[in-house]
Design a protein around this ligand. Structure first.
Ligand code: SF4
Ligand code: SF4
Length: 467
């Protein structure tokens, strides 16, 4: 936080002993935020950990956006402060708060209320935010003709129009669509039936399943090793190589993978206050994955923002039947393997022909307690090293850094990471988050890889690119 504190409303006028249990945020009937707000003892740790407040003196910070605004809102005549739209939803404040105040839940709820009640639905800002929030819809159309879309999105005139009319920055290169989506590859490959076959072969090769055992015993082992993959939109449309690596790595360990229909995790929708869109997507995902969890599958994500949405944001904001069940059975891919497999033994003797990496931990990984795990896994791989570039935020926060009005803030936040990448003894980046990867590439020009791709190389899955 900067030294010069901006003027901001205070809650001094709220008498501490006159609490009236009024409904403040209309959508929060089942999720009463008051106990969390009351936990705040104004230590300001959240403010000092907020990357936006660090570079933007006019942003009041998470303490104001969360508990203070909540208290102010108890009066009938106070509206949500527009500064809520400056919060990038990085969730570092959540992680920093020593008192378990549900800051991001408060921010998401307040942002939803602000958009619903104060943002003109015919404004270009609303249209732009809706487009960015629903990236999957745009990507589904664009990826029908990927080469043409890539060509058009790369034209200067397209970037100029996006910037000047919609407020989508022309400073960034639009991510390229793959010529074959992950789901097209998956279907072509034979879907879940092919995965079952490969997983069985892997179990037979490793000796964990054999013909000498009864069919029912082998069936039990197969039931123990079933995962449902939540790939998200970006891995499907833009980086299918990450999703393929995820499938191959899990099959190598004998897991049968299924890839059910799914919608966006909702992360960009939460960040833009599009709670109705997020609710529809979350309901679809919960209905789908709850059935699979009931059938014995665990849910695996290759993007840490997706796993955080399913684990934390869904239960904080929605109460569909099965929400808690899905949350309790969702894992990040590396986290899951570290729990269930002896990765160190598996990787002993591996020798990968790969560059050294400058590794960035996404804020949303940190928020799930996953910081450190990738470095440990890569450390166990022979022939490759990953250098930690510190605990700063990349600054892009999904759609945030794509908005013209936030671009400079996004890059100012990312500066520390760029400098650390530059001084690390590596010129390839590594991270789990696709938008952090965009920012890393944008700020340094490095190629960026996903840890699952490195793990795939280390396990020598030895398959042709089509398989
Ligand atoms: S860190 Fe938690 S307790 Fe401290 S001011 Fe922020 S919300 Fe309040
Ligand atoms: S989510 Fe990130 S940007 Fe928003 S208030 Fe918290 S720390 Fe600041």
């Amino acid at each position: 936080m900067s030294d010069s504190e901006p003027d901001r409303p205070t809650d001094d006028h709220v008498p501490d002993d006159e609490f009236e249990p009024v409904q403040v945020f209309p959508d929060a009937e089942e999720m009463d935020l008051r106990p969390g707000a009351d936990n705040c003892y104004k230590c300001s740790t959240c403010d000092t950990n907020c990357p936006v407040a660090e570079v933007d003196d006019e942003f009041p910070g998470p303490k104001f956006q969360g508990p203070e605004q909540w208290r102010l809102k108890r009066g009938d005549d106070t509206d949500i402060d527009p500064s809520i739209t400056k919060c990038s939803n990085c969730m570092r404040c959540d992680h920093a708060c020593p008192s378990e105040v549900p800051l991001s839940q408060m921010h998401n709820t307040a942002r939803g209320e602000y958009v619903e009640e104060h943002l003109n639905k015919r404004s270009l800002e609303y249209v732009r935010n809706r487009i960015l929030s629903n990236y999957g819809t745009m990507a589904r159309i664009g990826s029908k003709v990927p080469r043409l879309t890539n060509f058009v999105m790369g034209l200067s005139v397209t970037k100029w129009v996006n910037d000047r009319v919609l407020g989508i920055t022309s400073e960034r290169e639009f991510p390229k669509f793959a010529t074959e989506t992950f789901r097209e590859w998956w279907d072509e490959r034979g879907g879940a039936a092919a995965s079952r076959e490969r997983a069985r072969e892997a179990r037979a090769t490793s000796g964990s399943e054999s013909e000498s055992e009864s069919e029912s015993e082998n069936e039990r082992k197969s039931e123990d090793k079933r995962v449902a993959y939540f790939h998200g939109d970006y891995a499907n449309y833009n980086t299918p190589e990450v999703a393929k690596a995820m499938v191959r790595v899990f099959e190598t360990f004998g897991y049968e993978v299924c890839v059910p229909d799914q919608r966006c995790s909702g992360t960009p929708m939460f960040a833009n206050g599009m709670l109705d869109d997020a609710r529809r997507a979350a309901r679809f995902n919960v209905d789908t994955f709850r059935e699979l969890v009931d059938d014995g599958y665990d849910v695996i994500c290759s993007c840490t923002s997706c796993s955080m949405a399913l684990r934390q944001e869904y239960p904080e904001l929605f109460d569909f039947e099965g929400t808690e069940t899905v949350a309790a059975n969702t894992y990040d891919a590396l986290e899951y393997l570290r729990i269930h497999e002896d990765l160190e033994a598996e990787l002993a003797g591996s020798d990968v022909d790969a560059p050294d990496f400058a590794y960035h931990t996404p804020c949303h990984a940190r928020n799930q307690g996953l910081d450190g795990q990738t470095l440990e896994v890569v450390d166990a791989i022979g022939g490759v090293e990953a250098h930690d570039v510190g605990d700063s935020c990349s600054g892009i926060s999904g759609t945030y850094g794509w908005k013209t009005e936030h671009y400079e803030t996004s890059m100012a936040i990312g500066e520390e990471m760029f400098q650390h990448m530059d001084s690390a003894d590596a010129d390839t980046g590594l991270t789990e988050c696709p938008t952090c990867a965009m920012q890393m590439e944008h700020g340094t020009g490095y190629e960026i890889r996903h840890p699952l791709e490195v793990l795939e190389a280390a396990l020598s899955t030895d398959v042709s690119p089509d398989q």
